[in-house]
Design a binder for this molecule. Sequence first.
Ligand code: APR
Ligand code: PHB
Length: 389
Amino acid sequence: MRTQVGIVGGGPAGLLLARLLGLAGIETAVLERRTPEYLRARVRAGLLEQGTVDLLAEAGVGERLARERLIHEGVELAFDGGRHRIDLKGLTGRVVTIYGQAEIQKDLMDAHAATGTNVVYEAEDVSLHGLTGDAPRLRYHKGGSSHEIACDFIAGCDGFHGVSRQAIPQEVIRIYERVYPFGWLGILSDTRPVNHELIYANSERGFALCTMRSMTRSRYYLQVPADEDVADWPDARFWTELKRRIPADAAAALQTGPSIEKSVAPLRSFVAEPMRYGRLFLAGDAAHIVPPTGAKGLNLAAADVRFLAAALVAHYSGGDTDLMDGYSARCLQRVWKAQRFSWWMTGLTHRFPEASAFERRAQAAELAYLASSKAAQMTLAENYVGLPL
Ligand code: APR
Ligand code: PHB
């Protein structure tokens, strides 16, 4: 078969791109390795910048989000026994939205099902061909037979472990990477959130984050060694440890309950440059990973998709290739700012096992500076709510 834009990966990046292109009358086919049930159940972060919310609305998948989202005007940092609120709205005039990324995945899948987008689930052995010519192709297996899709362009939206980035020759692509010596152990529980806003806590026992999905569903994270086994963390141990890491008044107010999901995620900073090779464009986690501190992953993916959709629409509506030619550089400008911020906020809030006494004191001083300086708070706030597009 033939389509205009072949999309590898049906996560938030791939499906959002397919929506924006579909609305502009551009034909797509999406190849996704997993089943719809798997994708709908996958638990991810839950914090959206206003730019992401606006783009989802533009893509026609903003209705449930507008109804169910929680708006947060501030965020708390906890350290040294104290709580310090950063007034996001007062400092920047902007707010952030809490809405589970799993819900975005469902909204996108439902929208595509309704319009009949060609989304192939359980597509196996996807491979990319002819990227440097003018007739790229995607091949895959499904149900025991092999298929080929001829397209004009390919969007590699298949996440960090996908095949698209691997299809770029090693001598062309440059990798920048930092792996952190810890991961996040996360649980989801149907309990009332401990606070109406998020709390990022730096404690002697390690970092903890109190976040939420709704007023009746909480999400909590603990910094743990990168190779930690979830089996070693029965719920009771998790709650006890969380209480020791968050401020005493929050610990006293914490409602505990059975977990409905529990997993460990490693922390990594990663960028692959450039984000284009011939007729292949990478977007989202396929090109970059940020540590979750600050929740920039999906927001960055959405910004890539916005730029990529604009570039493809410009091409199809007038043959103008300027936006396609500038795609990688335009994305990477934003990607690196978000990389810097996520790395910095991770450094500010976590306990690094290898940190020297000097580094620990410098971290404490930076937290104290943040608590007392409006300029420092502004720096955090403007990055946290999302830099201008
Ligand atoms: N063939 C087809 N599909 C693949 C392949 C492959 N070889 N490899 C991976 N995929 C699919 C995955 O199953 C997944 O559904 O590509 C999709 C990639 O989705 P994500 O990993 O969610 O990446 P992305 O869409 O870029 O999401 C960006 O959204 O939810 C957040 O935290 C997440 O930061 C991430 C952000
Ligand atoms: C989440 O709600 O899961 C979340 C929020 C903020 C973060 C990371 C994760 O920085």
